[in-house]
Design a protein around this ligand. Structure first.
Ligand code: PEP
Length: 251
């Protein structure tokens, strides 16, 4: 019922020309592949080049962050409206690297989500616990709080076009992946929380991606879990072969 959704997060890698080349390479490698939604999130400076490279392809472009205002005196920021006007469909919000290094809070995440909807973007909203929080048995408390904070004031019709990404912080860029069972447990918890906030039908329509060292070798098992609807992929999205292999597993 939920089409698998795989997004590549290129983080602060690849200048515009390199990003456009990789986007073209991925589009070519998966031409004709159906049954999977795909998005690529280059650095802000490469968004235009990637949008142009993806013209005519079903692959969507995504920004990695946005401000919550439409315009104004916010040096260094870009707004959801600017991102939309470049031709992007999605924006990643609340990635753990932004929470950890740039002071992102549940409150700013919430403001950015409302702003993304205002601009007509479909946000990819990240939640996830640190290793310390997991070891203290606080995983569900942390991701539950992040989910409630992120979606405060978001109506059901809008929530259904958002994607959630469960990304345990200890699995991002570390080569250490949550087991399929660990990931499924949290995804099922998040879906139950969505059903409490909205209703079962809405919860069943929201895609929940897993993120954290997803690679061709572990994608099948992770994506085979009933509540894992896709993946947010960092390192393995930077090469055509590894990302295309994950997409072929997902479809
Ligand atoms: C990410 O940045 O969202 C991520 C999951 O990275 P990696 O796949 O490299 O762990």
């Amino acid at each position: 019922m939920r089409t698998p959704f795989i997004a590549g997060n290129w983080k602060m890698n690849l200048a515009p020309a390199e990003a456009a080349e990789l986007a073209r390479g991925i589009a070519g490698a998966i031409a004709g592949l159906t049954g999977v939604r795909v998005a690529l999130a280059p650095a802000a400076c490469a968004l235009q080049a990637v949008c142009e490279a993806l013209a005519g392809s079903p692959i969507a472009a995504a920004a990695q962050n946005c401000h919550w205002e439409a315009s104004g005196a916010f040096t260094g920021e870009i707004s959801p409206e600017m991102i939309r006007d470049l031709g992007c469909r999605h924006v990643i919000i609340g990635h753990s690297e932004r929470r950890q290094y740039f002071g992102e809070t549940d409150e700013t995440v919430n403001k950015k989500i409302h702003a993304a909807f205002r601009a007509g973007l479909e946000p990819i909203v990240c939640v996830g616990e640190t290793l310390e929080e997991r070891e203290a048995g606080r995983t569900m408390e942390v991701v539950g709080r992040q989910l409630d904070g992120a979606l405060a004031g978001v109506a059901a019709e809008r929530a259904t076009v958002a994607t959630l990404a469960y990304e345990p912080v200890w699995a991002i860029g570390t080569g250490r992946t949550a087991t399929p069972e660990q990931a499924q447990e949290v995804h099922a918890f998040l879906r139950a929380r969505l059903a409490e906030r909205y209703d079962r039908d809405v919860a069943d329509r929201i895609a929940i991606q897993y993120g954290g060292s997803v690679k061709p070798g572990n994608a099948e098992e992770l994506l085979g879990q009933p509540d894992i609807d896709g993946a947010l992929v960092g390192g393995a999205s930077l090469k055509v072969d590894s990302f295309a292999a994950i997409l072929r597993v997902a479809h």
